[in-house]
Design a protein around this ligand. Structure first.
Ligand SMILES: *[C@@H]1O[C@H](CO)[C@@H](O)[C@H](O)[C@H]1NC(C)=O
Ligand SMILES: *[C@@H]1O[C@H](CO)[C@@H](O)[C@H](O)[C@H]1NC(C)=O
Length: 214
């Protein structure tokens, strides 16, 4: 009995002692880790400043490629944005986006922004969008981002015009789908850049992506 009692006391002392050592080890370790990230953070932020990409793309584009990033809106809460060659053409901050389809036209040779506008596809005048799309000529790049609802007023004529620019989803686009697209009039194949998300069943609403365009 006395031996086991002594062993118990020794065990308790042992536990206290090791936790003491562990505690101090932990403290000095955590003090080191408090200092380390500051050095690391300094080094990292210096590096990211050096490798800044056009449109903040995750990877830089080759010199002879255009960099662009298009994000659809998220439901009717977060507005869409269209960036081309480090120029934010449309965004909520610029206060030039709207419900429906947000479209920017860019000269495909020079990358110069030619025009941008938004078209309410829920209760707007769809003739305005038809007119806008019919005035697009060859050699222009067309960048599209949806916001809230691109589908309600969508008609066959508009679906056809987008299909002729290389869209493979414009034919099915419906109520509150999210859609991002880059195309050009008269391109023979499907656009290399297009994403669509359906409203139902629920999905992460925001579609978006970035790419280099040759
Ligand atoms: C890139 O990111 C920086 C820092 O977040 C921001 O200030 C800048 O406006 C962004 N540029 C574009 C074109 O989005
Ligand atoms: C694009 O810019 C070039 C050079 O300025 C010009 O010759 C061409 O007509 C423009 N194309 C369009 C579609 O605006």
């Amino acid at each position: 009995m006395r031996v086991s009692g002594l062993l118990r006391i020794l065990a308790v002392i042992f536990v206290l002692f090791t936790s003491w050592i562990f505690f101090w080890g932990y403290l000095s370790f955590s003090m080191k880790t408090v200092r380390l990230p500051r050095w690391l953070a300094g080094a990292v932020s210096k590096k990211t400043r050096v490798v800044k990409t056009r449109c903040n793309l995750s990877k830089p584009c080759p010199d002879n490629y255009f960099a662009f990033k298009i994000c659809s809106g998220a439901a009717n809460v977060v507005g869409p944005s269209i960036c081309f060659e480090d120029h934010m053409i449309m965004s909520p901050v610029k206060n030039n986006v709207g419900r429906g389809l947000n479209i920017a036209l860019v000269n495909g040779t020079t990358g110069m922004v030619l025009k941008h506008d938004h078209f309410d596809m829920y209760s707007g005048d769809v003739q305005l969008l038809e007119k806008f799309l019919k005035e697009i000529t060859e050699g222009m790049l067309v960048l599209v981002a949806s916001y809230d609802d691109p589908g309600t007023k969508m008609n066959d004529e508009i679906r056809k015009l987008f299909s002729q620019m290389g869209s493979s989803h414009a034919n099915q686009l419906g109520f509150r789908d999210s859609w991002v697209f880059l195309g050009a009039r008269g391109i023979k194949n499907n656009s290399p850049f297009e994403q669509v998300g359906s409203w139902w069943p629920p999905h992460p609403w925001r579609r978006g992506g970035e790419q280099c365009q040759g």
